[in-house]
Ligand binder design. Structure first.
Ligand code: PHE
Length: 344
């Protein structure tokens, strides 16, 4: 019998003993002792045998080496399996608590960019004396149209634009019905801001979506004039976009305001070299003096009180503010898009 044969025999006996010791190990510590005894690099039994490879003829070494590797990996497998069993039984990770592991960051949600814009706008108008109001998204023709001086044969009431539900209800096509609801339930002076979703039968593309956010403003009191409207909106624009911001009123028409205007802003932006540049005029809202017929329909004495109203699109304002190229991004719920705004 050659040296070679006896070393292979020794390895196989070692294997049997080691496997038995693995099965008998009753704790993570005991298992670790078994591992060190047999696989330990310095004192381990298998290393001990390999150190004697030098006693063999060169051509016999590979067979013993190969057998040693086989035993090692079989033993390693048995150790791993046993460790799993022990961990499962004790319901822990084997008692090993690695304090150097980096902490796991808790997943944190963020506000939707349109919600952020709404919160910023509400905050600015709060400083101008406006409080928040809200109304239902499912409305009646009365609140969405008739009380707002819009006869049902007006093009805006047409099915082309409005999403009708059953039972004489519809999805509000603008936030202006909240004006009526607030005036019905509150006596002047009134200063409210009503953000919310509105719905229209529209295409779904980069610049249209069938649902979008609006923000309605309403002020009613004795002696309110167009000057109050202009001053309020100019002050708002400067607080939101910075002191260099200009606004412009273009004559327009809404059934519920008279006179009516479209309001544009021109912002002053910093060029890379530090000098200032003005943007193009950009339409941001519709506005006007509340039509006396609307005050009357809501039960407010139009001989005594006047008011102004405005409606803007926070989504559009967000496009500008964040350089968002496509309205659909707001509704896609793509976490990669939304995460960019989750700062706070
Ligand atoms: N409700 C109008 C719209 O949806 C906007 C508006 C609100 C205009 C208030 C004037 C006054 O387009």
């Amino acid at each position: 019998m050659t040296q070679n044969g006896s070393l292979v025999d020794e390895l196989q006996q070692l294997e049997a003993r080691a496997l038995r010791a693995v099965e008998e190990a009753a704790s993570a510590d005991a298992l670790e002792d078994v591992r060190i005894t047999f696989l330990g690099r310095k004192e381990g039994r298998i290393s001990g045998i390999l150190r004697r490879l030098g006693e063999l003829e060169p051509e016999e070494r590979p067979r013993v080496g190969a057998e040693a590797n086989r035993v090692k990996s079989r033993l390693q497998e048995a150790l791993d399996r046993r460790q799993e069993v022990l961990e499962e039984a004790s319901g822990t990770d084997g008692g090993v608590l690695d304090l150097t592991l980096p902490g796991r960051r808790r997943w944190q949600g963020g506000r939707h960019p349109v919600t952020r814009v709404i919160d910023e706008l509400v905050e600015i108008f709060r400083g101008l004396g406006f409080t928040r109001a809200r109304g239902p998204e499912v409305e009646t023709e009365w609140y969405n149209f008739e009380a707002l001086n819009t006869p049902l044969d007006h093009p805006a009431a047409d099915e082309q634009d409005t999403l009708y539900l059953m039972g004489g209800h519809l999805l509000r096509s603008h936030t202006s019905p909240v004006q009526v609801r607030v005036m019905e339930t509150h006596a002047p002076p009134i200063r409210v801001l009503a953000p919310g979703m509105v719905y229209r039968r529209d295409s779904y593309d980069a610049t249209h979506t069938p649902g979008f956010a609006q923000l309605e403003g309403l002020a009613v009191d004795e002696g309110i004039t167009f000057v109050d409207l202009k001053a309020t909106l100019a002050e708002f624009a400067r607080r939101y976009w910075g002191p260099g911001t200009r606004i412009r009123f273009r004559p327009s028409f809404f059934p519920f305001t008279e006179p009516s205007a479209e309001v544009d802003v021109k912002r002053a932006v910093q060029r890379a070299d530090g000098t200032e540049e003005e943007t193009d005029w950009l339409e941001i809202m519709g506005a006007g003096m509340v039509d006396p017929a609307v005050l009357d329909a809501a039960g407010i004495d139009s001989e005594r009180y006047t008011g102004f109203a405005f409606g803007m699109g926070p989504g559009r304002i967000g496009l500008l503010k964040y350089g968002i190229p496509d309205l659909r991004l707001y509704l896609d719920n793509d976490i990669r898009f939304l995460q960019q705004f989750s700062g706070r």
